[in-house]
Design a binder for this molecule. Structure first.
Ligand code: PEP
Ligand code: MG
Length: 761
């Protein structure tokens, strides 16, 4: 750990005095505005500045003067600057401090007559940062040409850290609304993105910013805080060694690179020195770690180099670990109350993070990244909330609490929509209700093509809410139960009892309809919050799914035992994910057979029947199909992963989201082959990737010979409507004509067929 001997022995006393006074005001009585006024006074006095002003971020990247000591008090709540406008706006736009002896000489100096600031020569300002965003600016000004020292900048930054909490508390902004809100010249904004889930939702923006709650920001004894920091570093290094040593095993290679790059960062002298400096400035060790992290994030958000931006995640990860060591058992993320109708706005998000929110209150999701087969999109589909991805700079352009409409079908996000758009939204919502009623009316009607071929439609489930919808549109069963989803919502690995209860409930809710349970499929973009499997270079190709289960047989045994016990004499269907070779299936099946035998020996009731299947997701398995089909009771194609591996195209990478099409000659050829071989071997076949839920893709599947498919619940209605309008014999003839088309995609041709034959797609 870096040490700076001069500073180590003599922690600075002055900034700590200021900080202690600010803290006392923060903790004291009075409305937020009064406390802010008082803090501004204290800063001005302490820093011997004629002016101290605090600007707070308002909607539309606007900074509003919220308090001032020294400028004209009438300017408070009236003076507003856009990000980038004037020096204050520039500090916000660049998210970094400025210290200028000759502020008026600066090309960005903006003169505001109402503030009377022309007589001040020098200016020092720092951004107020929270959750990687600028939420305000604090500035001090002096009449004379003053050279602010680095230490003074650091002090003001430390105060900003404390002020960030006052702003985040919300009271200040609420009071500000009363003073002046409507006159902020806000224009509506439309963001275009990529459809990740259809539907329409309106509500208030909630910015997703995981943030550790730090109760104690200011400390009296810097030496003690330094000791705590040192202990936390030691603890973190030990834990990193254990984790990387134990899990990636001894054979060197990738895990060593990970270890080394983490080590490099963890021991980065600049990083630790800056944390120590913040401690000397009067912060507790945890507040100091968070402050330095905010600075890094804010600074790096302006860096274009993707490699360097990636490093921010490493810093975030390490800062998070360090904070956990410092906060111990008390470490908790700031789980803010979200409004009844929340539209979640995030850069990127994992499925478990989405599940942390109260689903009943979520009306939409807007992501800056994302792709349709990413698991967060799959979960959002289960929750039936519209999702727009690739919404550029959404987190910067949308403010907490703003009104938002998410139009998933048209991949648009309306920020601060005007009355016309709101009216149009109401009309569309009515149309959607009508459509829903139409789909529900199909519930009792058979899922049959016009020529009488029956197609089994099943749902993909994982949340209890999915089960409630099982009957809504008349699905035949659950074609894929993603067991990892209940795992994601726990704080630790669910034990045998907990798992048995979940599976038993699934059986009960399914009320006799068939359920296919897929064993734990973690890894890739599906992380369990309590289980970190290191930073893999290529997580999609990494230690995932059945690989994890086979490496941890006890985990697999426990899950299979829970499933067998939950079945209670009912038929049990189990499938293993991401099987890459027959030997893997055999190994997994062996564990299952052992569990079944054990159960029998103990005299427990055996399931009525046991069907065991494999998921066809890895292309290598295609070359062992005949052998595999002798071993399995059924096969299910996971087209999301199969497409990802077939085209070598990461399903979670937003840049590749629509690069390759499942309705392409190559993918269709693969599907055709699997259908043919399964038919010959008389092994039931299904497909449970996202394509099954898109009517046009489902049409192609039925034409190719699929008689069972499984999809997100809300897709059942549209797909059933398609099937009931489909002349299958004509489609089969049409499919023959496609065999020599080698274009990028056959989608256009399928659409033309649907149009010509009146198929509802
Ligand atoms: C798939 O890969 O198509 C699939 C259904 O599994 P998951 O999306 O859960 O990876
Ligand atoms: Mg998969």
């Amino acid at each position: 750990m870096a040490k700076s001997p001069e500073r180590h022995g003599h922690p600075r006393a002055a900034p700590r005095r200021l900080l202690a006074r600010v803290r006392d005001v923060m903790a004291g009585a009075g409305a937020a505005q009064e406390r802010l006024d008082r803090i501004t006074e204290i800063i001005a006095a302490d820093m011997v500045a004629e002016v101290c002003s605090v600007y707070v971020r308002r909607p539309g990247e606007v900074l509003e003067l919220f308090a001032t000591q020294g400028l004209n008090p009438d300017a408070v709540h009236r003076t507003r600057l856009k990000f980038g406008e004037g020096l204050i706006g520039e500090i916000a736009a660049q998210a970094r401090p400025f210290a200028l002896a000759d502020a008026q000489e600066h090309p960005n100096f903006a003169y505001r007559p109402e503030t009377g600031e022309e007589i001040y020569h020098s200016l020092m300002g720092v951004p107020v940062l929270r959750g990687g965003r600028v939420t305000g600016v604090i500035a001090v000004q002096n009449r004379t040409r003053r050279h602010y020292t680095e230490e003074e900048v650091e002090t003001l930054q430390t105060v900003a850290m404390v002020l960030a909490e006052l702003i985040a508390g919300g009271e200040l902004l609420k009071a500000g609304d009363r003073v002046a809100d409507d006159d902020i010249p806000l224009t509506a904004l439309t963001l275009e993105g990529l459809k990740l889930n259809g539907g329409l939702g309106m509500g208030r923006a909630v910015l997703h910013q995981p943030h550790f709650v730090i109760d104690k920001l200011v400390a009296e004894d810097p030496a003690a805080e330094r000791r705590r920091l040192e202990e936390a570093f030691t603890g973190m290094h030990g834990a990193l060694d254990d984790m990387l040593g134990a899990e990636a095993l001894e054979d060197g290679g990738e895990h060593r690179d990970v270890l080394e790059s983490y080590r490099m960062i963890a021991e980065d002298a600049g990083w630790t020195a800056r944390i120590e400096e913040a401690i000397d400035g009067g912060l507790t060790a945890e507040a100091a770690v968070q402050k330095v992290q905010e600075d890094i994030r804010a600074r790096m958000s302006h860096v274009a180099d993707p490699y360097l931006r990636e490093r921010v995640f490493d810093f975030d990860d390490l800062a998070g670990r360090l904070l956990r060591h410092l906060l111990g058992g008390g470490a908790r993320l700031d789980d803010k109350e979200i409004p009844e109708n929340a539209i979640l706005i995030a850069r990127a998000m994992g499925p478990a993070e989405l599940l942390d929110y109260d689903a009943a209150r979520l009306k939409g999701l807007v992501l800056e990244e994302g792709s349709p087969t990413a698991h967060v999109a799959i979960i959002a589909r289960a929750l039936q909330i519209p999702v727009v991805g690739h919404a550029r700079n959404a987190t910067d352009r949308i403010e907490e609490g703003e009104q938002i409409i998410v139009d998933g079908d048209n991949a648009q996000v309306f920020v601060r929509p005007g009355p016309d758009i709101r009216r149009a939204y109401q009309v569309s919502l009515l149309a959607l209700d009508e459509q829903k009623a139409r789909y529900q009316a199909l519930k009792g009607k058979p899922s049959e093509t016009k020529d009488g071929e029956r197609i089994s439609l099943n749902i993909n489930a994982g949340l209890m809410i999915d089960l409630a919808h099982l009957d809504e549109y008349g699905a035949d069963g659950i074609g894929l139960f993603r067991t990892e989803i209940p795992f994601m919502t726990q704080s630790d690995f669910p034990d045998l009892d907990a798992q048995r209860q979940v599976y038993a409930r699934v059986f009960e809710e399914a009320a006799g309809k068939p359920v296919v349970f897929r064993t734990l499929d973690v890894g890739g973009d599906k992380a369990l919050p309590y289980w970190r499997n290191g930073n893999e270079e290529n997580p999609a190709l990494g230690w995932r799914a059945i690989r994890v289960s086979l490496d941890h047989p006890a985990l697999l045994e426990r899950q299979l035992r829970a499933l067998i016990e939950a079945a209670q004499g009912r038929p049990l269907r189990i499938m293993f994910p991401m099987i890459a070779e027959v030997a893997e299936f055999n190994a997994a099946r062996e564990v299952l057979d052992r569990e079944l035998a054990r159960q029998k020996k103990e005299g427990q009731p055996a399931p009525e029947t046991v069907d065991v299947g494999a998921m066809m997701e890895v292309p290598g398995l295609l070359f062992q199909l005949p052998a595999l089909l002798k071993r399995v009771d059924f096969l299910s194609i996971g087209s999301n992963d199969l497409a990802q591996f077939l085209f070598a195209s990461d399903r979670a990478n937003p840049k590749l989201a629509d690069r390759y099409d499942e309705l392409s000659p190559a993918f269709i050829a693969v599907l055709r082959q699997v259908v043919g071989e399964c038919r010959q071997a008389q092994v039931p076949l299904s497909l449970c990737g996202e394509m099954a839920g898109r009517p046009i893709d489902a049409m192609a599947l039925v034409g190719l010979g699929f008689r069972s498919i499984s999809m997100a619940t809300p897709c059942i209605g549209p797909v059933k409507e398609m099937i009931r309008s489909l002349p299958l014999a004509a489609l089969e003839v049409f499919l023959e004509s496609l065999s020599d088309d080698n274009g990028h995609s056959l989608r256009g041709r399928f659409e033309a067929f649907a149009l010509e034959h009146g198929v509802a797609v």
